[in-house]
Write a protein that binds this ligand. Sequence first.
Ligand SMILES: Cc1ncc(COP(=O)(O)O)c(C=O)c1O
Length: 445
Amino acid sequence: MLQHMAKIDDLATEIERQIRTGQLAPGDRLAPVRQLADDRGLAPNTVAAVYKTLAARGLVQGEGRRGTFVTSRPALRMPVDEPVPDHLVDMARGNPDPTLFPDLAAALKAVPSKPLLYGSEQVLPTLAAAFRSGFDADRVDSTELAVVAGALDGIERVLGAHLRPGDKVGVEDPGYSSVTELVIAMGLRPTPVAVDAQGPTPAGMKTAIEEGIAAVIVTPRAQNPTGCAVDQERASELRQLLQRHPEVLAIEDDHAGPISGADYHSIIPELVDRNSDATKDRRWAVVRSVAKSLGPDLRVSALAGDATTIARVRGRQALGTGWVSHILQHIVASMLTRSDHQATVAAAAATYAKRRNALQRRLAEHGIPTASSSGLNVWIPVDDEASVVSAMERRGYVIRSGASFRMDSPPGVRVTVAGHDHDVLVAAADAMADILTPRSPRRGA
Ligand SMILES: Cc1ncc(COP(=O)(O)O)c(C=O)c1O
């Protein structure tokens, strides 16, 4: 037995090294179990156990008869974005516009100079109060609250509190690639939930529930990449579906919060129909990040949820990182409690809306409809992502292929409008139209 375990360990470490050094690249197929077993003089069940170990660590994914493949972003290397050359306009990164953030220098002055020692509370009371007032305005019960290091940290902690490797997680399709990749890295199995202009479709949610998802992650607004937002009617339809499935952990990723430019409508039955008995056992969480409104480097998010979920998250946090630095918590609390905070956020939301509209209106004039209604990005359905991306680059614009955001959904490209002014956006729309609109044939040709 011990020898069997040692063999599993050795081979798993060897394959892990091949993935780390790039000998095996994302998407590469591993040798079939029997072949590798023959080559190495091992029993097939030893090799199968190695692949299972690597899958639980999110490094490979079994795809039935097709074989076992290296995952799209194995958690061994830090991906670094290629710098965009100066002569090109960067519409690919999905970043917020830093000129719309509140003044960092003023907030830094709010940090007490007295060092904080071990043994203090995890969450700064002034920050908790500021987060709670935002949650109250949206009727999110934040009696139980944790402060985590960003939306993805919150999602990881909530998934980790309840799920086991191999569990299925409903993820939006198209959806934010890092969420899907995080799910895979945790040894969980992403299951697509189709998305349209109003968010996850009821049919998509129903299919995912029927496939046995243990959790679902939904972006209520500023959906990435599509820019869609869940409206009141869709939220109600999704709540009705989830109401019948209290076993599904429901997570809302409100990563852009108030700068999304769309109202928040929850898909979690317990948050809206609070007196309903049928669903009181559900585990749920809403994570609200300040990354897009105050700046991604703050790494601070509020996590509201049911008592069990938040206790597990906070308890686990206490054993590991302990807390999110109070220096950061002070900075965020100071920004959120400034008298002009609401106005700053409203102005940023309005600016992003104006920028989306500039691109979308011009595209519409060219006969190219788009459905994005919130956030920093506009999604444009296209037939051939790669050729549109390279044709745009030849015209001076770097945009993002939709390929990394999709599972079963149709192709498209993502254009980040966040940091660009009207004229750039109109020119980019003209370039896109030049590529997408078939020219009328020349007479006599
Ligand atoms: C849908 C979605 N979730 C989460 C994040 C990351 O948020 P955070 O930086 O707070 O982890 C992003 C970033 O763009 C996003 O688009």
